[in-house]
Write a protein that binds this ligand. Structure first.
Ligand code: XMP
Length: 323
């Protein structure tokens, strides 16, 4: 019969068999899938796994710490954190176009990840032959079946490594659906903040700032987002909404009156949605008192924000994210 205990036991045995005395690496995104996949592999092979987390500076408040501290505490995993905030901010400087932002973030991410990977491979120790991925059953079906190996081109040819590194993939979640992955994660002792995390885009807050991305704007959006999340959690609404992007309209200003007088600040958009699979979505009918609390707190606590607006568009026609 299907139990999380059985799944873990089977996978641990299979991974041990597959990896033998070689090493594996795994990229952590802060999301549920990569975290559970890594935790499962760590349970199987311990020190033979190294995880890499690229901090691109576009995460929400507390998320990097969750990976750095809570995830490591729960799994004992060997983790390399690359602080690449400056690099990403420099690459994104002055860029407002959403697709351009995505391209830059994706490109820099791969470069930083491969650099870290190359350093791990160049370490003393057994050969690194495996790459862990948090592929779920729906991903397998969508992409039409088997994968098997990943061909990773090395841009930064550190220490005379071959141009093309071939890894075998370890995909311990290939037979699981999202809710099952969460259960396995829970059984492995991962904290709720990671296991119950709602979807968050890879490009992070970079695509939730309408306008160019700067450190100041990110800090401001991080505060607003943290307030919205805190109040939604306090109201017990986390399970009712699929996700709630919080968006800073950095290129828009409106007049307000705050404290001693007139302000000319930026609006924050709340985009709470309900959905089954993110392909379609409806805007969430959040209780007015919760919206009111979020609005009051954001305008009181976040400098330069003098207005909070609610997105009441379904998908289609609107996408969930603004960019
Ligand atoms: P949209 O905005 O297309 O989003 O309705 C659908 C779902 O995908 C997430 N999303 C992304 N995830 N990289 C990701 O990993 C991206 O570039 C990206 N863009 C959107 C979004 O948060 C929603 O859950």
């Amino acid at each position: 019969s299907w139990t999380t205990g059985n799944v873990i036991e089977e996978q641990v045995a299979a991974i041990r068999e597959q990896v033998g005395d070689k090493r594996a690496i795994c990229g952590l995104s802060g999301g549920v899938d990569s975290a559970v996949a890594a935790a499962l592999v760590a349970r199987a092979i311990g020190d033979q796994l190294t995880c890499v987390y690229v901090d691109h500076g576009l995460m929400r408040k507390g998320e990097t710490e969750q990976v750095e501290k809570d995830f490591v505490a729960a799994t004992g995993v060997k983790l390399v954190v690359v602080d690449a905030e400056e690099r990403f901010l420099t690459a994104l400087k002055g860029v407002s176009d959403p697709e351009e932002k995505r391209k830059i973030i994706g490109r820099e991410f791969i470069r930083v990840f491969e650099q870290a990977q190359a350093e791990i491979i160049a370490d003393e120790g057994p050969a690194v032959e495996f790459l862990v991925q948090g592929t779920l059953y729906p991903d397998v079906v969508e992409s039409g079946g088997g994968t098997g190996t990943a061909n990773i081109k090395s841009h930064h040819n550190v220490g005379g490594l071959p141009e093309d590194l071939e890894f075998q993939l370890i995909e311990p979640l290939r037979k699981l659906f999202k809710d099952e992955v969460r259960m396995v994660g829970q059984e492995l002792g991962l904290p709720d903040e990671i296991v119950q995390r709602q979807p968050f885009p890879g490009p992070g807050l970079g695509i939730r700032i309408v306008g160019a991305v700067t450190k100041d704007r990110l800090d401001l959006l991080r505060e607003a987002d943290a307030i919205a999340r805190e109040e939604l959690t306090a109201a017990g609404l986390d399970r009712d909404i699929w996700q709630c992007p919080v968006v800073l309209l950095a290129d828009v200003r409106s007049v307000g009156v705050q404290g001693d007088g007139r302000t000319y600040g930026h609006p924050i958009v709340l985009r709470p949605v309900s959905s089954e699979d993110a392909m379609t979505a409806d805007w969430s009918r959040l209780p007015y008192d919760v919206l009111s609390k979020i609005s009051t707190r954001i305008t009181n606590e976040v400098p330069d924000v003098n207005r909070v607006v609610l997105d009441v568009t379904s998908k289609p026609p609107g996408t969930i994210e603004w960019e």
